[in-house]
Design a protein around this ligand. Structure first.
Ligand code: ADP
Ligand code: MG
Length: 170
């Protein structure tokens, strides 16, 4: 089974991926696989433009976890969307040294459920689980991931509403 972990930058994907690999799972940090698919650098936004469709098509599925903000482009058996309330996400990205335009863009995406919507388009049949990481530790998030993949917890998504933060970040 291939499990995807996606979410806005700062929601904790890589931290949870590292914890999962400590617990014995195979984990691929997708950022390590995109280099050959970079089309150009977007200097204004400070990001690389990736040929996402070709990258996804050529990705060989694994038995384990794939983590990264493009994980929902891959044919995962189950996709987990990590979430974080926009003001707390802002604090996490600040402590990572992100500049305001980047913080604003990510907090806005999170407030408007952008990654969840993209995921729902691709995984419309309920293979989605959402975890609100705002007030829980990386260990707790990882525990939840394990409970979901073993079927101990039901799949739930679409219960968060952070639209009140939109006016601040848009
Ligand atoms: N559940 C959490 N509680 C507190 N801080 C967290 C949590 N998850 C991640 N962080 C912190 O937020 C920052 C971004 O985490 P990271 O795992 O790199 O996110 P992502 O891979 O989604 O961009 C790091 O400084 C990390 O320690
Ligand atoms: Mg990461």
């Amino acid at each position: 089974m291939m499990y995807g972990i996606t979410g806005t930058p700062g929601t904790g994907k890589s931290s949870v991926g590292t914890e999962l690999s400590c617990r014995g799972y195979q984990v691929i940090h997708l950022v390590d696989t995109i280099q050959p698919y970079i089309i150009e650098q977007d200097r204004e936004r400070g990001t690389a433009v990736v040929d996402e469709e070709r990258w996804a098509k050529e990705f060989i599925p694994i038995d384990g976890f794939v983590e990264g903000h493009l994980a929902h482009y891959l044919p995962c058996d189950l996709i987990i969307v990590l979430r974080c309330r926009p003001d707390v996400l802002e604090a996490r990205l600040r402590s990572r040294g992100y500049a305001w335009p980047k913080i604003r863009e990510n907090a806005e995406s999170e407030a408007m459920d952008l990654i969840l919507s993209q995921t729902a388009v691709r995984f419309g049949d309920g293979r989605i689980h959402e975890i609100d990481t705002t007030h829980i530790t990386i260990q707790d998030v990882t525990d939840q991931v394990e409970r979901v993949i073993t079927g101990a917890d039901p799949l739930v998504y679409g219960t968060l509403d952070w639209s009140e933060y939109l006016e601040y970040y848009v």
